[in-house]
Design a protein around this ligand. Structure first.
Ligand code: AMP
Ligand code: MG
Length: 419
């Protein structure tokens, strides 16, 4: 069976970022830029006052100045500032010819309607002035391909007059829950039935990963029905199936996928929970669809999504094959890991050490230094891979290697943060 690392490498190898498209700037938010953006303009486009006050010549030492005119943002000065004169200027307005500094309004008093006395007679050249091109110069690369289009990047594009942006579109992810026992969330449960929790969970997970999620209907464990739904799902960039990939008599998904010409890249990973994971690709001319058959158990489905599907969506979107933030934390208690498969177990990070760690500190003087470090991680006692309620208390997944190990309280553990 493949290790997690081998399986991740196979997934990564089959992904190419989605081809860029030109979209109106307003639709680019949250996407990844696919072009270097060069400004054709200087910003600011003129020497700009950044204070309300008086535009002056910095070398002029006369306390009283004759007022030439008043200019607000959006108006154009008509009179050059000469020795003995000043122009009343507002933030954002262009500096008049001859002026090279602004004396703030607070450092002045009006003498009469046509003259002002300045209390600051030695402004530095350039005081309260943002010079032409100080922020961006025509010809500058102001944004690089690969940038996330946050509100800031949108603003820069707007500032330089770019109406359209070349970005990688949001990956489209189709979600297909399968199983005879499943009923839609609003429906009454008969005996032996359960609600389809994976469908809505995967929609939310895919959306949070930056995809556009489309939930297809619930497919029964029936070859024809599965085929029909899967064919619909192949219109997307990624098809996520849940259930039907294990070894049960009604686990028909791998056979149906094979019938539809979807190449199996791997089936089964040495991972707990999540062993039955299936991954394959469908080539369709230029287009390639990634197909993940996630295990039906909700915790397994979730772990497989976080480990494999989230980075796949990121890579398609142009962000690279990256997972959630990982960090090292100290185990808050002792833990016996049976081994056999590597595990990602629901866990909770804490800032305060556990009682068990404090006890160990009392017993073991050498341990004292280590305990100050934190953060601490508690592996949550869980009732198997259908136990969503325990997962709800988790904010991380704790990684344990495939080897059997007895871990003491305080052991360093790799953890992956979850949303
Ligand atoms: P399977 O992988 O189809 O054998 O399903 C494994 C377990 O997960 C079974 O107990 C299923 O009832 C459960 N399961 C399958 N699909 C879903 C789903 N969409 N929502 C919640 N539980 C599911
Ligand atoms: Mg099933």
């Amino acid at each position: 069976m493949l290790t997690i690392e081998e399986a991740l490498e196979l997934v990564e190898r089959h992904i190419a970022p989605i081809a860029p498209r030109k979209v109106p700037l307003g639709e680019a938010a949250g996407l990844v830029l696919a072009e270097d953006v060069v400004s054709e303009f200087n910003s600011p486009p003129y020497n700009k006052a950044v204070m309300d006050g008086y535009a002056v010549r910095s070398g002029d030492r006369q306390p009283e100045r004759r007022l030439l005119e008043e200019i607000g943002a959006g108006t154009v000065p008509r009179h050059p500032v000469t020795p003995g004169t000043a122009t009343r200027i507002m933030t954002g307005a262009p500096l008049p010819e001859g002026a090279d500094a602004v004396v703030p309004i607070e450092k002045s008093e009006m003498v009469d309607a046509t003259s002002v006395r300045l209390h600051q007679l030695d402004p530095a050249p350039g005081q309260h002035v943002m010079p032409l091109g100080a922020s961006m110069r025509a010809g500058d690369v102001v944004l690089r391909a690969g940038a996330d289009m946050r509100p800031i990047e949108i603003a820069i594009m707007a500032e330089i007059g770019r109406v359209m942006a070349t970005v990688r579109p949001r990956p489209r992810v189709a979600i297909l829950p399968t199983g005879n026992e499943l009923v839609a969330i609003g429906e009454r449960l008969g005996h032996g039935q359960i609600r389809n929790s994976n469908g809505p969970m995967l929609v939310a997970a895919a959306t949070s990963a930056g995809a556009e999620a489309i939930e297809l209907g619930i497919a029964r464990d029936d070859r024809d029905e599965l085929s029909r739904w899967i064919e619909q799902g192949l219109a997307a960039d990624v098809l996520l199936l849940s259930g039907g990939v294990s070894a049960g008599k009604f686990d028909l998904v791998p056979a149906v996928l094979a019938d539809l010409g979807i190449e199996c890249v791997f089936h089964k990973v040495s991972l707990r929970p999540g062993k039955p994971l299936w991954f394959g690709v469908k080539e369709d001319g230029e287009r390639r669809v990634l197909v993940f058959g996630l295990p039906g158990n909700p915790v397994s489905s979730f772990v497989c999504f976080e480990l494999f599907v989230r980075p796949a969506i990121a890579a398609l979107a142009g962000r690279g094959f990256t997972q959630h933030r990982t960090m090292t934390a100290q185990l808050g208690h002792k833990f016996d890991h049976p081994g056999g498969r590597a595990a990602y177990l629901p866990a909770r990070l804490t800032v305060e050490p556990t009682i068990e760690l404090i006890q160990r500190e009392v017993d073991d003087a050498d341990f004292r230094a280590a305990i100050a470090r934190g953060p601490f991680i508690e592996i949550l006692p869980w009732q198997g891979s259908a136990d969503l309620a325990t997962l709800a208390n988790a904010d991380a997944l704790a990684y344990l290697p495939a080897e059997k190990c007895r871990l003491a309280a305080g052991s360093p553990i790799k953890v992956m943060m979850i949303l």
